[in-house]
Design a protein around this ligand. Structure first.
Ligand SMILES: [Zn+2]
Ligand SMILES: [Zn+2]
Length: 213
């Protein structure tokens, strides 16, 4: 889910093209490699690895230093359906500092769904530029990581750590998920709750603020 509601600048298509920027870090268009979530950590840094993940071809590999995402959700919006070729998207939210790319800085590709451009303009989708596995959505402050890339996600520990708290954009769904978890009309915790069978708004449902994640 990468909607931009803040009226962000649209791409003119003339920005330096950062897609697969190569191995240098000196050029202005390579500055992204020095900032989270792509910042190249030096060996001496204390990065406590809890999970490892990689794309299908293995060109892009990363580590995570947080045991549980800040939140985990399924997004049923039509953008996610189309961009993932899947009925819904599974997004686990992390701080940008929680990830360390150990391989593949030069194999990342971006797509900004708002401008329909491949420039690195936030929020954007991040893929492996070789095998095209979706890796994460990069927002302005957070990343939304796709947990199916994580080794051990199918173990009881993995499933528990990444278990979703809610569903968002549920009225746009192509499948019903009757798991009893809160279903939101739009963004989680910021929009009305909807019924999981009908997708209809639940009268007088207050958007609840869930702070225990
Ligand atoms: Zn979505
Ligand atoms: Zn790949």
């Amino acid at each position: 889910m990468t909607e931009d509601k803040d009226g962000n600048k649209q791409s003119t298509g003339n920005e330096p093209h950062q897609y697969q920027a190569g191995s240098s870090t000196e050029r202005k268009e390579d500055e992204w490699k020095l900032r989270a979530p792509y910042r190249i950590h030096d060996k001496a840094e204390n990065f406590d690895v809890k999970w490892r993940g990689k794309c299908h071809c293995g060109a892009v590999q990363y580590e995570l230093s947080r045991e549980k995402p800040l939140a985990s959700k399924y997004c049923h919006c039509t953008t996610c359906q189309r961009m993932h070729g899947a009925p819904f998207q599974w997004a686990a939210i992390f701080h940008k500092e929680d990830i360390n790319f150990t391989k593949g800085h030069h194999d990342l590709g971006w797509y900004d769904p708002t401008a329909k451009s491949q420039t690195h303009h936030l929020p954007c989708k991040v893929q492996c530029a070789y095998c095209r596995s979706p890796i994460m959505d990069e927002g302005r402050n957070m990343i939304l990581l796709f947990p199916t890339l994580i080794e051990g996600i199918n173990t009881p520990e993995g499933r528990k750590a990444f278990e979703v708290q809610s569903h968002m954009f549920y009225p746009q769904r192509v499948v019903d998920i009757k798991d009893g978890k809160p279903k939101f009309k739009g963004l989680a915790d910021e929009s009305p709750l909807v019924d999981e069978e009908t997708g209809e708004e639940i009268p007088e449902s207050e958007p609840k603020k869930d702070k225990d994640s």
